[in-house]
Design a protein around this ligand. Structure first.
Ligand code: MRU
Length: 351
């Protein structure tokens, strides 16, 4: 079982032939797992933020395709492959920005195309999904070491959203670096933006840090420039949803604010993401699709209206940080300092 492979919290498990997801909408108040039986349920879970974070979305989609293949094979061994196409399209429409989703669908699609006619696809696809899951945890641990090596003296760091075990197969990207650097004695304190409107920082990052006994202090997003001004942090460390071929980074809305403020205050900016988050088809960040979510997420808190009636809201889920504001992109294949197209291509060819 994949759950045993990481010693951090597991957002995604394959158990008793089902996809089991930790419901991240209700953390940390409740720890509840949802057991999913179909690809449609998986698509809905991704849309509804039961599971979120780019790598975790990709891994869940891969398991969702296993469920789709099982269902379509049971319905019709002769036409399962054609019938599955609709499931893949629905999955691909669940969330537009995290490229790991499309990477995982493409990878599974290539396996599906190669399966011999008349062979039940479930076993081969489950093995592929579990491999994607294992590889992600492995990549996170490697990035943890590479990123931690950049933090060479004890300091405090600032992170945004949740790029931890919950957002990945396990261990985490930005929080993986923080875990490794904390174990080495070099991250002494973590400041976490609360991250409106879903509060991934307050609910998820703070929860992961508390569980690991890493001291964590929450901030309203608006406090980060003032924190930097007082020289309280040496690094901003974040994950990514999609990185363009020139090193521009799409990540949770508010990351761009942090990067501008970090450069102004002489704080270093580190982005931690596996190569499955890099989209070499997109030349620069201007072409990255940015998910627009419902106004209700901003106008309401916990389902209760809190804004003036008549006001509307703008709710882009992500923004794009230009490569020029990033000091280092940490991938499992190596660190890219001051990223640009040439350095990005060199790391991607090195696979
Ligand atoms: O809307 P979310 O919660 O899916 O957004 C998540 C992020 O922006 C993360 O920083 C990103 O996916 C990296 S997760 C390792």
């Amino acid at each position: 079982m994949v759950a045993a492979m990481s010693d951090t919290v597991q957002a995604i498990r394959w158990e008793n032939n089902h996809l089991v997801l930790l419901d991240q909408r209700i953390l940390p108040r409740d720890i509840r797992y949802l057991s999913l039986d179909t690809c449609q349920e998986t698509t809905q879970a991704i849309k509804d933020m039961v599971v979120r974070g780019a790598p975790a979305i990709g891994i869940s989609a891969a398991y969702g395709i296993v469920l789709a293949a099982r269902q379509r094979w049971r319905e019709s061994p002769a036409t399962w492959r054609q019938n599955l196409q609709q499931d893949l399209e629905e999955l691909a429409a669940s969330r537009p920005t995290a490229v790991n989703l499309f990477w995982a669908i493409d990878k599974m699609r290539r396996i599906i195309e190669k399966l011999p006619v008349g062979q039940n696809p479930e076993k081969a696809l489950l093995e592929a999904a579990q491999q994607i899951h294992r590889d992600d945890i492995e990549a996170n641990k490697t990035m943890g070491e590479l990123g931690a090596a950049l933090i060479n003296q004890p300091c405090a760091v600032l992170t945004h959203c949740n790029a931890g075990a919950l957002a990945t197969g396990g261990y985490g990207t930005a929080l993986g670096v923080i875990r490794s650097a904390s174990a080495a004695g070099n991250v002494q304190h973590v400041f976490a933006d609360e991250t409106r409107p879903w509060l991934q920082g307050a609910r998820l990052t703070a929860w992961e840090m508390v569980q690991e006994n890493i001291p964590v202090t929450l901030l309203c997003e608006g406090a980060s420039a003032w924190l930097m001004r007082q020289k309280k942090v040496a690094w901003v460390i974040v994950g990514a949803d999609r990185i363009a071929a020139n090193g521009d980074v799409a990540n949770k809305i508010g990351t761009y604010n942090l990067a501008v403020n970090a450069r102004h205050h002489g704080v270093k900016m580190m982005v931690v993401a596996p190569t499955t988050t890099i989209d070499m088809e997109i030349a620069d960040g201007s072409a990255i699709p940015i998910e627009q979510r419902s106004q209700d997420e901003v106008l309401n808190v916990n389902g209760q209206p809190m804004a003036a009636t008549g006001a509307d809201a703008w709710n882009p889920a992500f923004d794009v940080t230009p490569a020029a504001l990033i000091d280092a992109i940490v991938t499992e294949r190596g660190v890219i300092f001051q990223p640009d197209s040439v350095k990005m291509a060199a790391v991607m060819e090195n696979g």
